[in-house]
Ligand binder design. Sequence first.
Ligand code: NAD
Length: 354
Amino acid sequence: MEAFEYNAAPARVIFGSGTLSKLSAEVARLNVSAPLLLSTPQQVDQATHLKTLLDGKVAGIFTEATMHTPSHITEKALEYAKSVKADAVISIGGGSTIGLGKAISIRTGLPHICIPTTYAGSEMTPILGETQDGKKTTRSDPKILPGTVIYDVDLTMTLPASMSATSGVNAIAHAVEALYARNTNPIISLLALEGTQALASSLPDIVASPSSVPARQKALYGAWLCGTCLGAVGMSLHHKLCHTLGGSFNMPHAETHTIILPHALAYNAPQIPEVMAKLAAVLPGSDGDAIKGLNILLERLQVKRGLKDFGFKEEDVDKAAEIAVSNPYWNPRAVEKEPLRELLRRAWAGEPAR
Ligand code: NAD
C-alpha cells in the first residue's frame, strides 16, 4: 500500500426517515433561539413546515435562494438576517439553498444546519461557489462546512424522478473523480465505491417507482458518502468541464454532470486501469467495463445525453474547450485541447463516450 494522508472533516449527521423531528433538539443543542430559515421559492412549503416544527420560534423565512448563489441575493439575505437578529441559519433544499446558507454563515459566523433534499452533496463540503456579474468563483474554507446535517429521506420523496436521476449521477461523479484524485486515499475510496454502488443500484428503482422508500433511503445514503468524497479530495477534468459549462454557458448543473461523466471517464480511462476495474465491479451489467456499466445506468435512468438538448450550441464547443484548458489543473491524463474538443463535441451531439 502506498503512503497517504487522510484529513477527516468534522461531521454531525442525522440520517433516516422522519429525522426532521429532531430539528428542535438540534437547535437547542446549538443553544440558538432565532434561526433564519432558507429555501427556494419552490420549497416555501417545506420551509414553512420547519417553522411549525420549531413552534414558530424562528427569526424569519427567506425564500429567494437560487442557482449559483448570486451575490445580490446573498446581500439581500444578509440584510434580512441582520434586521431580524438571526442567530443561526437553517437551509432546506438542494445545492442552491445550501450555497446561500454557506454564504451567510461564512460572512456572519452564524451556525448552519443543513437539511438536504437532493443528492448534490454540497452539505458535506467546505466549498462555496458564488456568482457576481455573471462570473462564478469558488473558494474552500473549513468554516464553510455546515455544522449539522439532517438527512430526512421523507423530504426526497417529492424530488421528481428525472431530477432524482441527474442529481444522483451528479453524486456518482464526485465518487468517480475521488477514486482517481491525486490526493485520494483508501478511506475515501471505500466511501466512493460504497456510494456509487448504493446510487447505481437504487436510482433505476426510483425512476421506475419514485415513491419506493428503500430505494430513496439507499440513494440518500449514497449521496451522503459521495458528497463526503467531494469535500475530502481534489476533483479533476469532469468537475472542471462541468464548472466551465455551468459558469460560462449557464448549463443546468445536474444534467450537465450526467452528460459529461461517461465522456470524462473515457478520456481518463487509459491512465486509471485499477479505478476502472473497481468502478466496473459496482456498476450493474458492466461485464468488467465501467463505461459500459455507466451507459447501461444512464439508459435505465432515461436521461438526456446531449448538451444540445439543453441549448448548448455546436459553435461553442471550441470556446468551451479553450476555457477548459486555460486554467491548468491536475488530471490523471494531460488535458489537451484537441481531444477535449472532440470530447465536448461528442457530449454536445449526445454520441456514446469512447
Ligand atoms: P438546486 O438546489 O438548484 O435545486 C433544483 C430545484 O429543485 C430547485 O427549484 C429546488 O427548490 C428543487 N428541489 C430541491 N429538492 C427538492 C425536492 N426534494 N422536491 C421537490 N423539489 C426540490 O439543485 P442541486 O442540483 O441540488 O444544486 C445545484 C447547485 O448546487 C449548483 O449551483 C451547484 O454549483 C451547487 N453545488 C455546490 C456544491 C458544493 O460543494 N459547493 C456541491 C454540489 C452542488
